[in-house]
Design a protein around this ligand. Structure first.
Ligand code: NDP
Length: 308
């Protein structure tokens, strides 16, 4: 059986930062990633508020640098989906992957992040990959000179609506309230962007088409009036939910499923720590995720020296 002092579940900013710190503390470290490293930050076009990059940095570049740095100091990165954590409260814990691999470790840092919320409207699942997307950076270029819609009023919706204007003819920004949650600097840019049409107080009721998305049905929440927007794509940025389905039975979470930790990133189970967007916290940003990762790593080092 493979054996490590620390296994980090998730290779986004929190997990990679934790790996940099545990490896530099000479703890044998495995970072487990289910799809690709970098997490949601790797699907963001430009990150403008990560300190040290006055002109911004491309999300994939920042994350690829973090991955290189974690590997450089000795973290091993493997791909695998965690199916089970056995002996969670014991000194020696066992992580079982879906392919049956068992990995033994002394400490676990859960940094599995969050995934996009769905609108849960008719047509959303049917047209996923055929016009419905949750990642403008990944799919935006497919909509060259087309009309698209973006749903949401947070930072992600505002940023990605602006990003989509690079390729598309027109972007309808549909938000369920009359004011945006996203930052003022982005709101200002949205208002100045001639390709963006803002549709407020409106919710998507249905996504329709033939082989591809062709139109969306929206309802004005104040007047209850129904209208249709012709578009080839719809990008959904309706917030996130934590990737804790598997972990809810193991560590304590809040009612939304976010893991509850103390300020050393400890969960209620000895030797299990959590970092990044998966944790109950005030601000979910790359800069806070990397801070969490560093703190969790140092708390793991302390924990391991105490139990040895
Ligand atoms: P947020 O939770 O900030 O925003 C989600 C948006 O989706 C809200 O406007 C919400 O509306 C709307 N929404 C939620 N559910 C529905 C629904 N069922 N139908 C329609 N609309 C819905 O999520 P984000 O993904 O934008 O951001 C996540 C975190 O990442 C935040 O902390 C954000 O600040 C951060 N982030 C920061 C960036 C930056 O600083 N540059 C860039 C991207 C993300 P309502 O407002 O009415 O609740």
């Amino acid at each position: 059986m493979e054996k490590y002092q620390v296994v980090i579940i998730g290779g986004g900013p929190a997990g990679l930062s934790a790996g940099i710190y545990t490896s530099r503390a000479f703890l044998s470290t495995l970072i487990l990633e289910s799809t690709g490293t970098g997490g949601q930050a790797a699907t963001t076009d430009i990150i403008e508020n990560y300190p040290g990059y006055p002109d911004g940095i491309k999300g994939p570049d920042l994350m690829s640098n973090m991955e290189k740095q974690a590997k450089h100091f000795g973290s091993k990165i493997e791909f695998g989906q965690v199916a089970e954590i056995k002996n969670a409260g014991a000194k020696e814990k066992i992580i079982v992957l879906e392919d049956g691999t068992n990995i033994q470790c002394d400490a676990i840092i859960i940094a599995a992040g969050a995934k996009p919320n769905e609108l849960e409207v008719p047509g959303e699942k049917k047209y996923r990959g055929r016009g419905v997307s949750y990642c403008a950076t990944c799919d935006g270029a497919f909509f060259k000179n087309k009309d698209v819609a973006v749903v949401g009023g947070g930072n992600a919706a505002l940023e990605e609506a602006i990003f989509l204007t690079k390729f598309t003819n027109k972007v309808y920004l549909i938000h369920r309230r009359d004011e945006f949650r996203g930052g003022k600097i982005l709101q200002e840019r949205i208002l100045k962007q001639p390709k963006i049409t803002i549709v407020l107080n409106s919710i998507v009721k249905e996504i329709a088409g033939n082989n591809q998305v062709e139109k969306i049905k929206i309802e004005n929440v104040q007047t209850k009036g129904i209208s249709f927007i012709d578009c080839s794509g719809i990008f959904i940025y309706a917030g996130h939910k934590p990737n804790t389905d598997l972990l809810k039975k193991i560590v304590q979470t809040d009612e939304k499923g976010y893991i509850i930790t103390d300020d050393e990133m400890k969960t209620d189970i000895p030797g299990i720590f959590a970092a990044g967007d998966i944790r109950k916290k005030f601000l979910r940003q790359v800069v806070t995720a990397v801070g969490d990762g560093a703190t969790a790593a140092m708390a793991v080092e302390k924990y391991l020296s105490e139990i040895s």
